[in-house]
Design a protein. Structure first.
Length: 97
């Protein structure tokens, strides 16, 4: 589910590193380095294995950003109530390439 907030990003990168990449997922060097760099890899591995650790660290980072004055626009967040039209557009775009 591409709109679900969870640790699937890290799981998919780990699967790709293991030789099982999702052919629908574009991976940039900035993504793959998370499992290649020793300093980043310990966190990427942790977040792939422990979703709660990802949530906890995210919450702390989000709080620090807020305390430093970061604002989130719009304040009420973003909602996407009906994704069917977007899926149709993306499907058509995908067939062009």
């Amino acid at each position: 589910e591409w709109l679900k907030f969870d640790n699937s990003y890290f799981l998919l990168l780990k699967e790709a590193k293991a030789g099982n990449p999702d052919p629908e997922l574009l991976r940039l060097i900035t993504d793959t380095i998370l499992f290649d760099d020793n300093e980043f890899a310990k966190f990427a591995e942790l977040y792939a294995e422990d979703e709660q650790a990802f949530f906890d660290d995210y919450a702390q980072a989000h709080a620090k950003l807020s305390e430093c004055g970061a604002t989130f626009d719009p304040p009420e967040g973003i909602s996407l109530p009906d994704m069917n039209p977007l899926r149709k557009v993306l499907s058509k775009a995908k067939s062009i390439f």
